[in-house]
Design a protein. Sequence first.
Length: 37
Amino acid sequence: ISPTEIRGTLGSVNQLFICVGILVALIAGLPLAGNPI
């Protein structure tokens, strides 16, 4: 349970890192995709 003054920040940072991780995985997979449509 996080303190109330940083609860929203922790949730936003968590969501941001998840989205950045997905983006990095997609970019890293582009060379392996061959020739996408």
